[in-house]
Design a binder for this molecule. Structure first.
Ligand SMILES: C[S@@+](CC[C@H](N)C(=O)[O-])C[C@H]1O[C@@H](n2cnc3c(N)ncnc32)[C@H](O)[C@@H]1O
Length: 172
């Protein structure tokens, strides 16, 4: 698919954990990155991983279901957080917060376990998604522009099928 983001974009990654994505974005020249996580320890681990680049990133401790950001985002990224929301009301709250955060024309880049993926993640049960259920979850505010499937192999060798989707924020 065509590139949906440039290094001048403001990227917000929710449920950031200590994923290497933030470091990869800094390597690529991104300079307006916010990492959101409900767990302060997860952001402490990310800071530690980034080392002397830690202060280049904004850290927000908060629940994505009630997240309020001070500036619009060009890209909202989520790998393996939305799938923890098994209550439809929580998914609706998440979609509302993402819609409020992303500027018109901006993008939501999301990855969840696929329908044939694991039923738990980090010991918690998950709601698995295909492209259709992701498009439905964000319908009205975002339109699906791209989807892919991948197989993630864990350090222990287990295979985890993921659904990836890119959705564009439609006119408010
Ligand atoms: C499975 S980890 C994924 C971490 C990272 N995105 C990755 O792909 O490696 C899920 C992360 O989401 C965070 N999280 C779970 N529920 C959340 C919520 N409601 N709001 C914000 N963060 C949440 C957890 O603390 C955890 O760091």
């Amino acid at each position: 698919m065509r590139r949906v983001s440039t290094p001048d974009d403001r990227v917000v990654t929710v449920g950031a954990g200590a994923n290497p994505l933030v470091g990869t974005l800094l390597d690529a020249g991104y300079h307006d990155v916010a990492a959101v996580d409900v767990a302060p320890a997860a952001l402490d681990a990310l800071r530690a991983d980034l080392g002397d680049r830690a202060d280049l990133v904004e850290y927000v401790v908060g629940d994505v279901r009630s997240l309020v950001l001070d500036r619009p985002a060009d890209v909202w990224h989520d790998r393996a957080t939305f799938h923890f929301l098994s209550d439809p009301a929580d998914r609706a709250r998440y979609a509302e917060r993402a819609a409020a955060a992303v500027r018109t024309g901006g993008h939501l880049v999301i990855a969840t376990f696929a329908p044939d993926g694991p039923t738990t993640c980090s010991g918690l049960s998950v709601e698995r998604h295909d492209a259709r259920s992701l498009a439905t979850a964000f319908a009205g505010c975002f339109e699906l522009v791209h989807t892919e499937r991948s197989i993630h192999r864990t350090p222990a060798g287990a295979e985890q099928p993921f659904t990836h989707a890119v959705l564009r924020r439609t006119l408010r």
